[in-house]
Design a protein around this ligand. Sequence first.
Ligand SMILES: Nc1ncnc2c1ncn2[C@@H]1O[C@H](COP(=O)(O)OP(=O)(O)OP(=O)(O)O)[C@@H](O)[C@H]1O
Ligand SMILES: [Mg+2]
Length: 306
Amino acid sequence: MFESMHALSTGLNSAGYFINPVMTQVVFLATRLQKPLLLEGPAGSGKTQLALSVAKAGRTHIERLQCYQGVTEAQAIGSFDAGLQRLYLEFSKNQHSDWQSLQANLTGREFFRPGPLMRALECERPCVLLIDELDKVDDGFEAMLLEILSAWQLSIPEFGTVRAKSIPFVVLTSNEERRLGDPIRRRSLYVRVEHPTPELEADIIASRTPEAKASFHREIAGIARSFRNYSLEKPPSVSEMIDFARALQVLGTNHVTEDLRDVLLPFLAKTEKDRRHLMLREGFKSLLNDGAKYAKELASPEGALP
Ligand SMILES: Nc1ncnc2c1ncn2[C@@H]1O[C@H](COP(=O)(O)OP(=O)(O)OP(=O)(O)O)[C@@H](O)[C@H]1O
Ligand SMILES: [Mg+2]
């Protein structure tokens, strides 16, 4: 999918995805060795976006299986189109075809509506197969996936084995609601995705609010850090910080002040407990002060925060 590490790195860059050099190397190795990449980490830390960005960078398309409790194999692999089969039966009424050939036709590939797994295997050139939020499915579904990811083939009783025309680059994501099984971990390259460093976050914010000053981007990255250090039930993610920065732009301000607390809380506090915590008299103010301190460290020549 990528000729070199450089191609991947510049591709991700132009797709607007910010990533550290080590992670770029891991993604590159996963594409080269045809290993699934298992991304585990908090909500909003860029797991899904990485898969979308790799597809964009590799100029290929993405097949996405969105997992949820109760997702079926038929939704993942595909199923026969009953409506089309009925239509065909109507059409064949006057054709005097025998039962066997009718049955064979009805269970042919053209009556099968493929799901994302089958579409990915049928791609002529490698695509990205995103299996998103795998922690939401049960063990049985995970075992079925394991078979496909090991053998790169699918068995459909009616018309046999479908072998991959190309091997997709597979990205599995998890928010750790359920612990994924060891076999899937063993077969994948495991990457722990955390919230970005303040430097990286300032770059992400800058890319989404390019008209604002660098000091504003640092301020938001500093606030992100101070809020994540506070014991919140749901610490704000990158996507919430992007919304927060955009809201400030809409409000026409380049600086977060205490009097904006009530307007800005819906962006940062996502549970009643967190909201009450941040409504405490000094809570919000002290977090802004800490944020300003982090932003200052970010601006200093030594730069990096631990
Ligand atoms: N490294 C990054 N570079 C650029 N944008 C990022 C990055 N990380 C996160 N984002 C932004 O944050 C948003 C949320 O990221 P994403 O949806 O990938 O999170 P996630 O880890 O999949 O979260 P969830 O577990 O809730 O699905 C993205 O739409 C993107 O705008
Ligand atoms: Mg996601």
